[in-house]
Design a protein around this ligand. Structure first.
Ligand code: NOJ
Length: 445
């Protein structure tokens, strides 16, 4: 077992997916409250209004379960509109008090809070002012970040600015996520602005300079693999890699967009407006890099190759490919492309069950596929660590079934099942597996 002794073992969640309490104690709606309320936007019209009700159940339910799991870190996010109901300006004391109590309770129990500022839930009031396509959002985010670092910098040792900025692109360009626009140029502007906002957040962090705290960002890497070596498949792979993850890693870790992406967007008439100093902001040194990794993505223009793959591949019961080497590949990739110097944390990894997960006779869900998936990823992660890569933590997504965005409550990512009517949480077999794995890795068993 070569996971370092002080390795962070965690589970991850986000405010918009677990908290509920959407209208409590002065919180105002986020773009997800608005979007989900529109017909046809989420599975069965599922809303995040109550979700897992963690706003009211953190102390009596979530925290005891985190302790029982034996994690030494918990990744969660702050709901921007709970702490700043107007997006900017006056802080909401009740919202601030909630987070303060949560962070302190985690620390008291030896669980390091790892806090994300922006996990997709822009205050609706800011969307009404143009949201992520209005450049002022960079200042709005900077103000929010500055306020959070000032208030919680001494109780939160790990921060990240934004989580998976690709979601912002999807929300403005493809419509499947909030706020639900389908305009490619807006999507590109929104994702450029969020990258610059990330930089503004790092700048705010350095200005506040909380002692013993670290700042990072969370990006998801879904490496494309060409199913044949035809020039068409190679070109498709390259194009999708550029658009789906290099768009984010390039300006953050490399200080610029690739010539390829700039040329393509120019040709497509969707190139975003950029300012000269933007890239100084996007590429400031980070204390760590948060890597979300779930899978690779096989691509081909060749129907036969596609069919052969679908018939011959190694799949989980949710029909996604079982390819745990994805984590190893992604770590190598960051090293090869950017010679990344800061430590890496795997800030998310996990898999889902679609629909009602069957409960076995012993009363629990035997999610053996999830166990296989997680065990496989951990094996490949260990291999990367053995090779000398500086990876310092792993967060399983997720502590419990929750509001999975447009899939609402149909995709279940939890290692515990959530009864959304009673709010009770029941461990699945994978939770026991993870608890034992952590104990063993931490030398506690
Ligand atoms: C990415 C996101 O960060 C998280 O919000 C989402 O639930 C998981 N991956 C699973 O899709």
């Amino acid at each position: 077992m070569s996971f370092p002794k002080n390795f962070l073992w965690g589970v991850a969640t986000s405010a918009g997916q677990i908290e509920g309490g959407a209208f409590e104690d002065g919180r105002t709606p986020s773009i997800w409250d608005t979007f989900a309320a529109k017909p046809g936007k989420t599975h069965n019209g599922g809303l995040p209004t109550v979700a897992c009700n963690s706003y009211n159940r953190f102390f009596d339910r979530d925290l005891p379960n985190l302790i029982k799991l034996g994690v030494n870190s918990y990744r969660l996010s702050i709901s921007w509109s709970r702490v700043l109901p107007n997006g900017v300006g006056q802080l909401n004391e009740k919202g601030m008090d909630y987070y303060k109590r949560v962070f302190e309770a985690l620390n008291q129990n030896g669980i390091t809070p790892n806090v994300t500022l922006y996990h997709w839930d822009l205050p609706q009031v800011l969307e009404d002012r143009g949201g992520w396509i209005n450049r002022e959002v960079i200042e709005w985010f900077g103000e929010y970040a500055y306020k959070m670092f000032s208030a919680f910098g001494d109780v939160v040792p790990m921060w990240s600015t934004v989580n998976e900025p690709i979601a912002t692109y999807v929300g403005y360009a493809h419509g499947g996520f909030a706020p639900g626009y389908t305009n490619e140029a807006w999507g590109n502007q929104a994702r450029h602005n969020i990258l610059v906002a990330h930089g503004k957040g790092v700048e705010a962090f350095r200005a506040v300079s909380p002692k013993n705290a670290k700042i990072g960002v969370v990006i998801d890497v879904w490496k494309r693999h060409a199913l044949t070596d035809s020039p068409e498949d190679i070109a498709l792979m390259k194009d999708q890699d550029e658009r789906n993850w290099k768009f984010y890693t390039d300006p953050i870790l490399g200080g610029k967009y690739s010539d390829y992406i700039l040329t393509q967007l120019e040709k497509e008439g969707t190139l975003m407006k950029m300012e000269p100093h933007d890239f100084e902001l996007t590429s400031q040194p980070l204390d760590y890099f948060g890597l979300n990794v779930y899978n690779r993505v096989p691509v081909t223009v060749n129907q036969q190759a596609q069919m052969d793959f679908s018939q011959g591949g190694n799949f989980l019961n949710n029909r996604t490919e079982y390819y745990p080497k994805a984590v190893y590949d992604a770590i190598h990739l960051l090293h090869d492309l950017y010679d990344i110097k800061c430590p890496i944390y795997i800030t998310e990894n996990g898999t889902y069950f679609e629909g009602a997960e069957p409960v076995a006779e012993d009363g629990i869900i035997h999610d053996d596929d999830r166990i296989r998936y997680v065990a496989g990823f951990l094996e490949w992660l260990e291999k990367a660590i053995d090779e000398g890569f500086d990876v310092r933590g792993y967060y399983l997504w997720s502590l419990m079934d929750n509001f999975e965005w447009s899939a609402a409550y149909n995709f279940k990512f939890g290692i515990s099942a959530m009864d959304f009517t009673t709010g009770s949480m029941t461990w699945k077999k994978s939770a026991y597996f993870y608890r034992d794995f952590i104990q063993n890795a931490r030398g506690l068993s």
